[in-house]
Design a protein around this ligand. Structure first.
Ligand code: PEP
Length: 254
């Protein structure tokens, strides 16, 4: 019922020239049946979106384009920011919102993240709302409390249809870029908890909402994570930068 989604978050890596090569190489390693099974998304830096769009459209690729962040306003005096409307014009279809690096390094708070989630929907794109606890919060057994507050605040005011098409990425902060991963069982427990939260407010829409796991996903651990009931995909950082490695993550069943 829910199609798998595997998204590569390239963070602040790859010039527009690197991006052209990376998208092309990735496309050579994927076939139509892979795309039938998985929505494949790449999220290069803003400066490379136009080049990625050109390659995808010129070569009729089935790879989808994502952005790593956006502002909530359509336009205005927000120096250095990028609006949802600007992204939509570049054929961007997914936008990561509330990544822990945005929260922790750049001070984004839940209220901003909620405005962004709504703005992404208004721009006819799909938000990938990232939530997750820090190492200290996990040690203090506050994982569910933290995830609940981020999810509830991030999704405030969404309609049931929006909850159905929302993508949530559960990313324990201590697992991002560290080589440490949650066990598949722990990841399932939190992803199941998120689906239950969505069901509390939005009923059946929760069954359609896709939930990704993120945090040091690689070709060796992805299959066990993807086998879990409430995990519908992965948000992949480091392992998405090499097209061979990323293709192995995407084709996790091979
Ligand atoms: C991320 O950036 O969202 C991420 C999960 O990174 P990594 O896969 O490198 O841990």
């Amino acid at each position: 019922m829910r199609k798998d989604l595997i998204a590569g978050n390239w963070k602040m890596h790859a010039t527009h020239l690197d991006t052209i090569q990376m998208v092309q190489k990735l496309s050579y390693r994927l076939n139509d049946s892979d795309h039938e099974r998985v929505d494949v998304v790449v999220c290069p830096p803003f400066t490379a979106l136009r080049s990625a769009q050109t390659v995808i459209e010129t070569d009729h690729l089935r790879i989808k384009l994502g952005a790593q962040n956006c502002h909530w306003a359509e336009s205005g005096a927000y120096t250095g920011e990028i609006s949802p409307a600007m992204l939509a014009k570049l054929s961007v279809t997914y936008v990561v919102v509330g990544h822990s690096e945005r929260r922790h390094i750049f001070g984004e708070v839940d209220a901003d993240i909620n405005r962004k989630v709504k703005a992404v929907f208004e721009g006819a794109m799909t938000p990938i709302l990232a939530v997750g606890e820090t190492e200290q919060e996990r040690a203090d057994e506050m994982t569910e409390e933290r995830v609940r507050s981020q999810f509830v605040a991030g999704t405030t005011g969404l309609t049931q249809d929006q909850i159905s098409s929302l993508v949530v990425a559960y990313e324990p902060v201590w697992a991002i870029g560290t080589g440490k991963t949650a066990t598949p069982e722990d990841a399932q427990n939190v992803c199941g908890f998120i689906r239950d939260l969505a069901a509390e407010s939005s009923g059946n829409a929760a069954d359609h909402m896709r939930i990704l796991y993120g945090g040091s996903v690689n070709p060796g651990n992805v299959a066990a994570i993807m086998a879990k009931r409430d995990i519908d995909g992965a948000l992949v950082g480091g392992a998405s930068l090499d097209p061979d490695t990323f293709a192995s993550v995407i084709r996790y069943w091979v």
